[in-house]
Write a protein that binds this ligand. Structure first.
Ligand code: PLP
Length: 361
């Protein structure tokens, strides 16, 4: 039997086993075509169908109308950090940013390269332990947009409320919590996410943009750097990251099979509740690092009494088949990345390990 670890890698991360099996099964002969989808033309009937279905699934699962365009781009979320101001910030305009972590700050810096950024809130001085209360987010009313990072992968914090921005377009980096819970997605003018946590393999970036913001986009940009090019061509202006789009379609179908975002949310709540309960039961040994009200459902971060014990925890966990638990190099500690593909059974096994490790140490 194939050996499968309980995979806590922060990204690229675990993908649902059922999806991997479909990919394996279809790899050599895609649905009777005699070739792999990897070998198909992106202009073929087979691939166009995959592309259309992937887009339709995004609309369906996120509850979006036809005034939202689904784009499949490349370059990861980091490229979006730059493309957002590049497309949406007119000379003299200001982009507003909520600074809640390393990636949120990187997005802000990319805006500063191109124009002016307003820091609408920052928890940097508090070690990024929390996201703001909505009343703490402040920005001039004429900003081009407000940017948030809905889940802070490194710091283990997440927005559980959304700012009401009125006429100001709300933009979110959802790289690490996309498709994990219900949300009023119609509050957003632009959503983006690298696929490699909740949507499949790295190499494809999902962008969802509303028509009114798309229409405001700057003209005369290089073709491949303009959102409009992707929206006008169903992301088929040039060769797309075809395998990633195919894979994402399968993952979205799997999410649908879990009961859509409502079903996914239910499983994710059970997972994070069990993990946080175990951490909080022994605060002298396991110490959650994020403020309780800001705790992430996707990246659970904690410290042990000292670094040697943390190293021991990681190495003994590995022996028990739990991998990818080392906290980000900038913050240390332990991080459980429990994206959609992590099962409740995986968390139950983890909690058992945590109990026995605590008793033995
Ligand atoms: C929230 C968030 N934003 C952005 C990034 C950067 O993504 P990419 O490597 O796709 O550029 C990451 C990567 O982990 C992330 O977690």
């Amino acid at each position: 039997m194939t050996k499968r670890a309980i995979n806590f890698n922060p990204g690229p991360s675990a993908v649902p086993l059922d999806v991997l099996k479909i990919v394996q099964d279809e790899l050599l002969d895609y649905r009777g075509s005699g070739i792999s989808i990897l070998e198909s033309s992106h202009r073929s009937k087979e691939f166009e169908e995959v592309n259309d279905q992937a887009m339709a699934l995004v609309h369906e699962l996120f509850g979006l109308g036809s005034n939202y365009q689904v784009l499949f781009m490349t370059g990861g979320a980091s490229t979006q950090f730059g493309l957002i101001p590049f497309n949406l910030l007119e000379p003299g305009q200001i982009g507003a940013y909520v600074d809640t972590g390393e990636f949120a700050y990187k997005a802000l810096k990319e805006c500063q390269i191109q124009g002016k950024a307003h820091v609408a809130f920052s928890s940097k001085g508090e070690g990024y332990r929390r996201v703001p209360k909505m009343s703490e987010i402040k920005y001039p009313e004429d900003v081009a947009y407000l940017h948030i990072c809905s889940n802070n992968t490194i710091e283990g914090t997440q927005f559980h409320e959304l700012p009401d921005t009125g006429k100001v377009p709300l933009i979110a980096d959802m790289s690490s919590d996309i498709a994990s819970r219900r949300m009023d997605f119609t509050k957003f003018s632009l959503i983006y996410a690298g696929a490699q946590k909740n949507l499949g393999p790295s190499g494809v970036t999902l962008v969802i943009i509303r028509d009114d913001l798309l229409a405001k986009g700057k003209k005369g940009l290089p073709t491949m750097l303009s959102y409009k090019t992707y929206a006008d061509s169903k992301s088929l202006y040039n060769t797309p990251p075809a395998f990633g789009v195919y894979f994402m379609k399968l993952v979205l179908e799997w999410v649908k099979g879990q009961g859509g975002l409502a079903g996914m949310e239910k499983i994710n709540i059970a997972k994070k509740d069990l993990l946080y309960k175990t951490i909080d039961a022994h605060p002298d040994f396991y110490k959650g690092t994020a403020d309780k009200a800001s705790r992430s459902w996707m990246n659970v971060t904690m410290r042990l009494p000292d670094e040697d014990l943390e190293k021991k925890f990681i190495s003994e966990a590995k022996k028990s088949g739990l991998i990818g638990l080392k906290g980000h190099r900038s913050v240390g500690g332990i991080r459980f990345s429990i994206y959609n593909a992590m099962t409740l059974a995986g968390i139950e096994k983890t909690v058992e390990f945590m109990e026995s490790f605590r008793k033995g140490n």
